[in-house]
Design a protein around this ligand. Structure first.
Ligand code: RIB
Length: 309
């Protein structure tokens, strides 16, 4: 059977992760517990997840001509991914994320500096038109500038390729762009931002939040709920899909990307919506048992085993 083809437009970011018992205050130095440097970035993590799930992945991104960019290319080749649309900017550094993880609560705080990723152009996305147009699914996020992101969405729509928008990080999106989206996959914070509210308390329940997103003309909404799984609403479907129980949560950074990558592969393989969400939950469920973001993405046989296939 030919591999399902997934086109992903998104950022590569080098993750600089520090584990600590508490946050330092402004002006204060504290000693942390552990440090790790590795490949990350929402779109890139999602692409790695999809590659490990045995999809044919085409990632469109931009890195710097530096040591972090070299790390990205080496890592992609190890995953069997193509470098054809990995653009390089000779002037800018590769994007970085300074990630602080609270060892007690597993909560994280992330500051992304976009660097080269901020310089991906509309023309570079247009050069990837045939990759986008020949895919079974197109997946993007909000970690690149809006103009090339919207261009990718337009090219997918023109070719009739279903569009997933994982609206992370939490940013407002013009309604006319949301109206082009087939599958919108925010977490609760991102969903609240998209509808222009401040707090989850302003909604009776998660279904009301989903309804407000559907009112933009989005075809299907999947609100990810962390350890509670995901809420799905689309034509003829309203369902809560529970998360998979795992023995020990080690790190949740990148779990949303694991979900998005898995969900995209399942839709590309023509699975039904709720089954695709279940598959995404299984991918995320394994990723949280491991450290790191891209390196924590599971392989297909691990996901199939968790799902009891
Ligand atoms: O979603 C997790 C990712 O967000 C990290 O890998 C970090 O790079 C930030 O982009």
């Amino acid at each position: 059977m030919p591999k399902a083809k997934v086109s992903i437009l998104g950022a590569f970011v080098t993750d600089l992760t520090c584990r600590t018992d508490r946050m330092a205050k402004w002006g204060e130095t504290i000693l942390g517990n552990a440090f790790k440097l590795g490949p990350g970035g929402k779109g890139s993590n999602q692409a790695v997840a999809a590659a490990r799930l045995e999809a044919d992945v085409g990632l469109i991104t931009k890195i710097g001509k530096d040591a972090f960019g070299e790390m990205a290319k080496k890592f992609y080749l190890e995953q069997g991914m193509s470098l054809a649309r990995i653009y390089e900017d000779p002037e800018e550094t590769s994007a970085t994320a300074t990630i602080i993880i609270d060892e007690k609560t597993n909560e994280n705080s992330i500051i992304v500096v976009q660097g080269a990723a901020a310089h991906l152009t509309v023309e570079e996305v247009e050069a990837a038109q045939s990759d986008i147009g020949s895919a079974d699914i197109f997946l993007t996020q909000l970690e690149l500038p809006l103009a090339p992101t919207v261009r990718g969405i337009e090219l997918a729509q023109a070719a009739g390729v279903p569009i997933i928008l994982n609206p992370a990080p939490a940013l407002p999106v013009p309604p006319e762009v949301l109206a082009k989206v087939d599958y919108l996959t925010p977490n609760e914070t991102e969903a609240v931002t998209l509808v222009g509210k401040e707090s989850l308390d302003q909604f009776r329940n998660v279904e009301q939040l989903a309804d407000e997103l559907l009112a933009f003309g989005v075809r299907n909404v999947v609100i990810t709920l962390g350890e509670k799984g995901a809420f799905v609403k689309g034509p003829g479907v309203t369902e809560h899909v529970p998360a998979f129980a795992v023995d020990k949560i080690v790190e949740t950074t990148g779990a949303g990307d694991a979900f998005a990558g898995g969900f995209a592969v399942a839709l590309a393989e023509k699975k039904l919506l709720v089954e695709a969400v279940r598959f995404g939950c299984a991918v995320a469920g394994i990723s949280v048992t491991r450290r790191g973001t891209a390196p924590s993405m599971p392989y297909r046989k691990e996901v199939d085993a968790l799902m009891g296939r």
